[in-house]
Design a protein around this ligand. Structure first.
Ligand SMILES: Nc1ncnc2c1ncn2[C@@H]1O[C@H](COP(=O)(O)OP(=O)(O)OP(=O)(O)O)[C@@H](O)[C@H]1O
Length: 224
């Protein structure tokens, strides 16, 4: 599902964000990525989303090689990925339903499927009663659930979530992690970045990846 071999990412200004990343993620795997601020977690997610390209090494995501020459194919691959962004990136002045639908519309899903999947997703995160509320009128936790509904509505094979538990207290953060893992089928892989390592111990099976200065420092399975 994901295979990175000796992947590096150097930004245009010369910042070496990632170096020597070797990583394999199988269908259905739950992977938590943690590490200090600036250690490269978001940069790695951006590569997996195909919005940045490795500057060295090779990266395959859902059978697609992530490289600049493959931009058109990478756009298609993104239809199979559900991203949950830091700050959620919801569009103000639009309802929860419109926000969930827009993500799929942008990717070119058929219109009939968009409305059906969007209402299902809002129901699954417990927000059907807020479907027609403007997103700026929702609470923080509700906003977070809209962002998750937007990611799962397309029934992705891979979910990439950047700090979905940021700013939440422990019990709400755990709810979000459980929601994310419960909404997907067994074949969907989930990669979640978080600073909250204490949550991982109390929530997860899955794999934990520790990043440091652009490298994977260690990985371990389960609660070991
Ligand atoms: N577009 C960019 N151009 C140049 N440098 C960047 C860019 N995006 C990130 N960086 C740099 O790359 C390094 C890794 O950043 P990244 O955002 O991946 O870290 P992070 O582990 O996700 O941090 P945080 O936990 O604070 O979100 C940092 O030094 C950062 O300043």
């Amino acid at each position: 599902m994901i295979e990175a071999k000796d992947v590096c990412l150097t930004y245009l200004d010369g910042t070496r964000a990632l170096e020597g990343i070797d990583l394999k993620i199988e269908p259905g795997e739950l992977v938590y990525m943690t590490g200090p601020s600036g250690s490269g977690k978001t940069s790695l997610l951006k590569l997996l989303m195909g919005v940045e390209y490795p500057t060295a090494g090779s990266l395959q995501v859902l059978g697609q090689s992530i490289e600049r020459a493959q931009t058109a194919k990478i756009r298609k691959m993104r239809m199979r990925v559900g991203p949950v962004f830091q700050e959620f990136k919801l569009i103000k002045g639009r309802t929860a339903m419109e926000n969930v639908m827009l993500g799929m519309r942008f990717l070119g899903f058929p219109i009939g499927q968009i409305r059906k999947n969007a209402s299902e997703a809002l129901e699954r995160v417990g927000l059907e009663h807020k479907s027609f509320s403007l997103v700026e009128n929702l609470s923080w936790g509700e906003t977070q659930r809209v962002a998750i509904a937007r990611a799962v509505a397309r029934k992705p094979e891979l979910i990439l979530a950047d700090e979905p538990t940021g700013n939440l207290d422990t019990s709400n953060a755990l709810n979000i992690l459980e929601l994310l893992t419960s909404l997907t089928d067994k074949k969907t892989a989930i990669v979640i970045t978080t600073h909250a390592t204490h949550l991982i111990d109390s929530s997860a099976e899955g794999k934990l990846i520790q990043m440091e200065a652009g490298r994977i420092r260690w990985e371990r399975l389960g609660r070991a």
